[in-house]
Design a protein around this ligand. Sequence first.
Ligand code: FES
Length: 140
Amino acid sequence: LGSIRVDISPIAVGQEITVMFRGGPVFIRRRTETEIAEAREGDTARLIDDLARNENLPEDASAADANRVLNPEYLIVKGNCTHLGCVPLGNGAGDYDGWFCPCHGSHYDSSARIRRGPAPENLPVPAYAFENDGAVVKLG
Ligand code: FES
């Protein structure tokens, strides 16, 4: 399975793109200061899934927002709902300003952590690295 490189330099603050990788969508969101602050506030909430689900970190890393990102400005997650695999709506959708899955009503926050609804886990963070001074993301 190969890697892909994505030029993230055109993504404005508050925008996100979806790329296909290994047969599924990956969301790359450039978060606003408000979204980052909300995500950090969410660290103290009672989370449904308290694991980071971040392939770049040990399996037991906590779901703190700092463990969900390599750079707080960019949140990069796999884009299939952890309930039954629908693709959630993004751009601040849902009650937690993140993503909303319309299939059965799962709300994810601005760290893509599940906050309400039937989905059991946070949207997982794929293995990735920044290249070219942060202008490019290498997935895989
Ligand atoms: Fe997303 Fe069921 S597939 S809530």
